[in-house]
Design a protein. Structure first.
Length: 394
């Protein structure tokens, strides 16, 4: 198998056609008010929102209040994208409680409660089922073709997308029944026959963060520190930051599937005159031959990765109400980013009140063409927003 190196990939890297506008939540409010006053259309408002990169979390409460400024479905979709993209950021400073940080003893007491809760309560949840509704947002579906002729860089693109740098938008919605063991969603037992990669999409095939395991690893790494107070669901919550290095980590990242390209035949280059005397400056390169490529999508990016994140704890009970994990991936990896946020909350299951995952947001960035060197270097941003409902015991 012949592979092109990352040097070629970098040489082929396309320059971005636009630069994101760094924007605070307050500036976003002002922008939407101005666009409404100017009577901009839904498409025009959506186009403005596509170019924004928030520097603060857009909370669901604030997002709901912005609804009156949105003229239609396209702009509403982009507000959901902004909410998801900003999910792991801190909220605006004005929304952070001014309560002083607890002293070291109080911080330890809160963490001890959280560790106890994760291991002895949450980690002992019964086997559960739930209805999982997933929304996939994505910015392009360009991928290497299954086969191509002399020009081995053939790619396939969604005809609805104007370019590989198309902005993130809603791709599809799926609803499935899933199972949970000890509070963590299980991977499905049945083999997935979807042609991931070849269909223009990548799939996450690793289990999501397991709360008890994350807390145990963070404690073992000894790198948990106080971060801030934050209001979550109307209650003041203690937020701790943590870092888990490679030696302590069991955080698995597994993405399917990236292209594996085989080449056969020959390709010959020659210089031909472009007319007018055959001077060296008029010579142009040409290619001929029967070079063919065949692509299978068999490559997984699978590795154990160091990571960091945040734990949101009810200081009175030790209940973890939110978990953020951010994989510390390398620029040379096929996957550049995986940020996950899980929100936990109460649900009545079999007549009992349990705290379970209610919502997950996953932000990813990957290189869908792998290291084939096909076409041009592109990245793909995929955002998943997931809601769990209808919990029941197995």
């Amino acid at each position: 198998m012949k592979r092109f190196g990352w040097i070629l990939v970098l040489l082929l890297m396309a320059s971005p056609a636009w630069a994101a506008k760094k924007t605070t939540v307050e500036q976003l409010k002002d922008l939407l008010a101005s666009l409404q006053q100017s009577k901009k259309s839904d498409a025009e408002v959506a186009a403005e929102l596509k170019q924004i990169e928030l520097t603060e979390e857009l909370t669901r409460d604030v997002m709901n209040k912005l609804g009156s400024f949105l003229p239609g479905q396209q702009s509403l979709e982009q507000i959901y994208v902004l909410e998801a993209k900003s999910a792991v950021l801190a909220p605006p400073a004005s929304d952070i409680p001014s309560t002083p940080a607890p002293d070291a003893a109080a911080q330890k007491a809160i963490l001890d409660k959280a560790t106890d809760y994760a291991a002895k309560v949450y980690g002992q949840l019964p086997s559960l089922t739930a209805t999982k509704t997933s929304l996939r947002f994505q910015d392009n579906t360009e991928h290497v073709s299954d086969s191509s002729g002399m020009n081995s860089g053939g790619v396939t693109m969604d005809p609805n997308l104007v370019s590989a740098a198309h902005f993130v938008h809603l791709i599809n919605t799926t609803k499935t029944e899933v199972a949970f063991e000890k509070g963590a969603e299980k991977l499905p037992d049945a083999k997935d026959k979807t042609r991931w990669g070849a269909n223009g999409y990548l799939a996450i095939q690793s289990q999501g963060p397991v709360l008890s395991a994350i807390l145990a690893e963070a404690q073992a790494a000894g790198r948990i520190s106080w971060l801030r107070w934050e209001t979550v669901n109307g209650k003041t919550t203690a937020v701790f930051a943590f870092v888990v290095d490679k030696k302590k980590s069991h955080y698995a990242v597994n993405y399917c599937c990236f292209p594996d390209t085989e080449q056969a035949g020959k390709l010959q280059y020659s210089m031909a005159g472009a007319g007018g005397g055959g001077a060296p400056s008029s010579l142009q390169p040409s290619a001929s031959g029967n070079l063919q490529t065949a692509t299978s999508f068999d490559i997984h990016f699978k590795n154990t990765i160091p990571y960091h994140g945040e734990i949101f704890v009810d200081p009175d009970t030790g209940i973890v109400v939110r978990l953020v994990t951010q994989a510390d991936l390398k620029n040379s990896d096929l996957v550049h980013q995986e940020d996950q946020r899980i929100d936990y909350g109460p649900a009545t299951v079999g007549g009992k009140a349990l705290v379970v995952p209610l919502k997950t947001i996953i932000n990813t960035e990957a290189v869908p063409n792998g290291d084939t060197g096909a076409g041009k270097f592109i990245t793909r941003r995929t955002i998943f927003t997931v809601e769990y409902k209808n919990y029941a015991t197995q």
